[in-house]
Ligand binder design. Structure first.
Ligand SMILES: O=C(O)CCC(=O)C(=O)O
Ligand SMILES: [Fe+2]
Length: 275
């Protein structure tokens, strides 16, 4: 198994392995790489949906996404897809998956099934780098704060996606979510300190109004999306990307209108997070 950095900030590119036939020791090495680097893109995989599910189970449990369409054959697999005629994509703004859950998902295993001829990259950003860039003063202030996360303004009937051409594809409009998490968390495996708010799902600081929260949240969203904290995954047929939702944000680039893109996602169960 060979690993090359994707950028100075985070991410590794992995070659020379087949995930479907990974030895236990190699799996341990890959898990450590994801927990330490946030993202791993594994190239040239021959990886059926059945192998995808079996591999995901070796990481722990599977959290089924409540809003994306499930693949009709494999309910554990969420389809992240955009059709030729659609303009809206899934995950087009910086976010962390499932932060609105009490125990947010550890991460995801995303498999490229149909790719546009060019474009449709996924960007990732390091929340360890964002944390480390805070001044001592702001870090200390944020260390005592918690923030509210919800998906209601995204997926409910009056939410963001309902106004778009992705509306008919999504489900779970009746589902309401809410969780409160520390603004700075410790990575449950590595202990690394991480900024844990995100522009999609974090609405306000606990005990603050939305209006009061927005200026500081906007600053943190700007900080977290600095170019030098990022890496880019350029998909190729056979690419599989595994990421850690605690350590990273991600954003699916929506630059391929007129082409179809279909990805298979399995979301991995996490562990409790805390300050
Ligand atoms: O399609 C992508 O590249 C990523 C979409 C996304 O945000 C996700 O699958 O969680
Ligand atoms: Fe996502």
């Amino acid at each position: 198994m060979k690993m090359q950095p994707l950028s100075p900030a985070l991410g590794v590119e992995v070659t020379g392995v087949q995930l479907a036939a990974l030895a236990d020791a190699e799996l341990q090495e890959l898990k450590q790489a994801v927990f330490n680097n946030g993202v791993a893109v594994i190239r040239d995989q021959d990886f059926s949906p059945e192998q995808h599910i079996a591999f995901a189970k070796r990481w722990g449990g599977i959290d089924v996404n409540l809003f994306f369409p499930s693949n009709s054959q494999w309910p554990e697999i969420a389809e992240v897809r955009k059709a030729e005629e659609q303009k809206t994509n899934i995950g087009g703004g910086w976010h962390t998956d499932h932060s609105y859950d009490q125990i947010p998902a550890m991460g995801s295993i995303l498999v490229a099934r149909e790719l546009p001829p060019v474009g449709g990259d996924t960007l990732f950003s390091s929340m360890a780098a964002a944390h480390d860039a805070l001044s001592d003063g702001l870090r200390q202030t944020l260390s005592g704060m918690r923030a509210v996360h919800t998906s209601d303004h995204i997926y409910r009937p009056d939410g963001y996606y309902a106004q778009t051409d992705m509306a008919a594809d999504l489900k779970g409009h009746e589902v309401s979510t809410r969780a409160v998490h520390p603004v700075i968390i410790r990575h449950p495996v590595t202990g690394q300190k991480l900024l844990y708010v995100n522009a999609a799902f974090t609405t306000h600081f606990e005990g603050w109004t939305r209006e009061e929260s927005l200026p500081l949240l906007s600053y943190l969203y700007q900080l977290g999306s600095r170019e030098e904290f990022q890496c880019r995954v350029q998909w190729r047929p056979g690419s599989v990307t595994i990421w850690d939702n605690r350590l990273t944000w991600h954003l699916a680039q929506n630059d391929y209108h007129g082409h179809r893109r279909v990805m298979h996602r399995i979301t991995l169960t996490g562990e409790p997070i805390g300050a």
